[in-house]
Design a protein around this ligand. Structure first.
Ligand SMILES: Cc1ncc(C[n+]2csc(CCOP(=O)(O)OP(=O)(O)O)c2C)c(N)n1
Ligand SMILES: [Mg+2]
Length: 302
């Protein structure tokens, strides 16, 4: 099936913007840690496209992909990371707390799990004001260990809050894998316990993700109850070996393996949302779009 090139364009822009940031990261330009999200592009584009102008988005420490997807321009986000006054939040929020209310990014937090109860409150506010909007909240698979995760679902379900909870399942929390640190948490069964919708998306098919997110968003708005979307993804860019010689995914920091070749694929597998675009859009066309997007991003910085 061929897909709209606009979606491919957005995924490529998001990847290329992060690659440009990564290059500057390696040259030591940032005074604050940046949590890159290469490999997370498909869900960020799907969430952003599913949002209506009334919807609100609440984010965790790794929020660059959603912030870049929502912001019309790249430079103000980069300037914020550089703590320049021209930054999108006037250099007051930096990376882990970056919000942009004008584009629907209401709040983000460096405190693990904190995005969830804040989203519950924002969602309650939307309900009380009879807004047609819903709240989207993103959490990592590590942060769902925080009690606030279950408390937020309880609160949202009890108070008829339309809240779409996106769980980014990358298999990591700092430098430990989820399998090393805790028991499995079967979110499908947790959703069943709360009698709320649950969807799991996998394989980085951004076109399919857009459809699922739109469906769940509308269901959440209509039914006035929370929903969980669990997304399997890979945070691409291994950056150091542990003493046993195994590789540990980066938590924050530049990704040294990233090299731009003919076009910005990091891994030739469906673990990479850019590679997965080839299922929908012709490779030559994709290369042209990537060149165009890179030129546009560079023009913003010139
Ligand atoms: C309350 C709190 N405890 C610990 C930390 C340190 N910390 C930052 S990110 C992180 C792991 C996050 O894992 P996950 O939620 O899966 O997000 P990912 O980095 O994998 O995207 C931890 C423990 C923190 N920021 N806040
Ligand atoms: Mg994680």
């Amino acid at each position: 099936m061929m897909g709209s090139t606009e979606i491919a364009q957005q995924v490529l822009r998001l990847r290329l913007a992060q690659m440009l940031i990564n290059e500057r990261y390696k040259s030591g330009e940032f005074k604050i840690p940046i949590h890159l999200a290469m490999g997370h592009e498909a869900i960020a584009i799907a969430v952003s496209r599913a949002m209506t102008t009334d919807d609100q988005l609440v984010l965790p420490h790794r929020n660059i992909h959603y912030n870049l997807a929502r912001a019309a321009r790249f430079k103000p986000v980069l300037d914020e990371f550089l703590l320049n006054a021209s930054g999108i939040a006037g250099a007051r929020l930096g990376s882990m707390n970056l919000a942009n209310p004008g584009d629907g990014v209401r709040y983000s937090s460096s405190i693990l799990g904190n995005a969830l109860p804040v989203a519950a409150g924002i969602g309650l506010g939307l309900r009380v004001k009879e807004s047609p909007g819903i709240v989207f909240v993103v959490t990592g698979d590590g942060a769902i260990e925080e009690g606030a995760f279950v408390e937020t679902l309880t609160f949202m379900r009890t108070y008829d809050v339309s809240g779409l909870v996106v769980v980014e399942n990358n298999g990591w929390s700092m430098s430990t894998t989820i399998a090393q640190r805790r028991c499995a948490i079967h979110l499908d069964r947790l959703a069943e316990a709360f009698d709320i919708p649950y969807r799991r998306v996998t394989g980085n098919d951004v076109y399919a993700y857009v459809r699922v997110l739109q469906e769940v968003r509308d269901q959440t708005a209509r039914d006035r109850r929370p929903a969980i979307v669990e997304v399997d993804l890979h945070t691409l860019g291994d950056w150091r070996a542990d003493p046993d010689g195994r590789y540990i995914n980066y938590h924050a920091g530049p990704a040294p393996t990233v090299e731009m070749r003919t076009w910005p694929v990091l891994r030739e597998s469906h673990e990479d949302p850019v590679y997965a675009l080839m299922d929908h859009v012709d490779m030559t066309l994709l290369q042209g779009i990537a060149d165009e997007q890179l030129a546009l991003l560079k023009a913003e910085l010139a």
